[in-house]
Each structure stands twice: as structure tokens, then as C-alpha cells.
Design a protein around this ligand. Structure first.
Ligand SMILES: [Ca+2]
Ligand SMILES: [Ca+2]
Ligand SMILES: [Ca+2]
Length: 178
């Protein structure tokens, strides 16, 4: 599984979906993003793996640094309910040393709609050597959806450094639970 995941991340194709054999039958979705931001947070690719009990998201960036002055951070929006327009949750995080992260309930992309922190298990790790960020969100924390889709926005300190995965407010296809 590790081999397949690594191969998926390395492909230059715009998007691909792999259905892995095995009892878990996990669906792993990988997508690349252009070198389209001048900032070190520039998103290069994302991989979403909806496992049986958790969602694992891994993002690859240009150059992540520990220094808070680099200002790198991002928001992973989770759409868990197709009946209700827009995302239901947002994982809001700083990617520099000493910054925090939080999974919150949202009604839309606009921060004015962002609500309370979620009561549940989630975690984030930044790897500065690999320039990657790994998110883990327990399925229970997001009300156990059958499918999810994800939109990701990263940025540095300035608005000009904002970089979306694909188009602005663009979601991945729906990804079924493994
Ligand atoms: Ca990018
Ligand atoms: Ca929704
Ligand atoms: Ca982009």
C-alpha cells in the first residue's frame, strides 16, 4: 500500500483515483497542483485516504519552515453532506513551529460562517525535511459520513500567497470510505 501511495504522489497526471485490493478496499485519491505561488507554502500535491475509522490527508509543499516569520498555514475544508451546500468542517492550521490547529464546524468557506471546535480526535504533523503536512481526523469526529470530499487552501502571510488545490473553492471528487 505504501508503494502504491508513493507512486500515486509521483504521477504527473492531474488526478487519479486508485481502488486498492484487500479487505479494507480503501479508496486513495491523489491530485497534483501547479507551482503557482511564490511562497514556500505553495501546494504541490494532496492525497486523501478515507480509511475505515479515519481520514488521512497528506499535502506536499514547496518549502515549509519552522520560522513563524514564514507564516505558512492552511485550511482543509471537508464536505461530508451532499444535501447541505458547501463544507461542513474545516481543519485550520499553522504550519510553522509553535502554531496550533483546530477542527471546527463551518457552514461555508467564508470565515464568518465558522463555528465551534469539534469535540473529537484529530491530529496534524508537519515534516520540515519532506515539506509535507499530515492530517488525521477520526471518522467519529465528523459524524461518520459514507463519503467525503475535500478542498484545500494554503497561504503565507499575504493574500497574494493564497494557493488552492485546483480552482478556488474547488472540491475533490467524492471519496468513499474504505
Ligand atoms: Ca500550488
Ligand atoms: Ca456539504
Ligand atoms: Ca493552486
Amino acid at each position: 500500500m505504501k508503494t502504491i501511495a508513493t507512486a500515486a504522489a509521483g504521477l504527473a497526471a492531474a488526478a487519479l483515483t486508485l481502488t486498492l485490493a484487500g479487505p479494507a478496499n480503501a479508496e486513495l485519491y491523489g491530485v497534483d497542483d501547479a507551482n503557482d505561488s511564490p511562497h514556500g507554502s505553495d501546494l504541490y500535491s494532496a492525497q486523501i485516504d478515507y480509511k475505515e475509522r479515519k481520514v488521512v490527508i497528506k499535502t506536499v509543499h514547496d518549502n515549509l519552515r519552522r520560522a513563524p516569520s514564514s507564516g505558512s498555514g492552511g485550511v482543509v475544508f471537508l464536505d461530508t453532506d451532499p444535501e447541505d451546500a458547501g463544507p461542513e468542517y474545516a481543519f485550520v492550521a499553522g504550519y510553522t513551529e509553535g502554531t496550533d490547529y483546530q477542527l471546527i464546524e463551518v457552514d461555508a468557506f467564508r470565515p464568518e460562517t465558522w463555528g465551534e471546535p469539534v469535540d473529537g480526535n484529530y491530529d496534524m504533523d508537519v515534516n520540515y525535511a519532506d515539506d509535507t503536512v499530515r492530517f488525521e481526523i477520526s471518522r467519529a469526529a465528523i459524524d461518520r459520513p459514507d463519503e467525503i470530499r475535500v478542498a484545500i487552501r494554503v497561504s503565507g502571510p499575504s493574500f497574494a500567497s493564497r494557493d488552492w488545490l485546483g480552482p478556488e473553492h474547488g472540491f475533490t471528487p467524492w471519496i468513499a470510505r474504505g
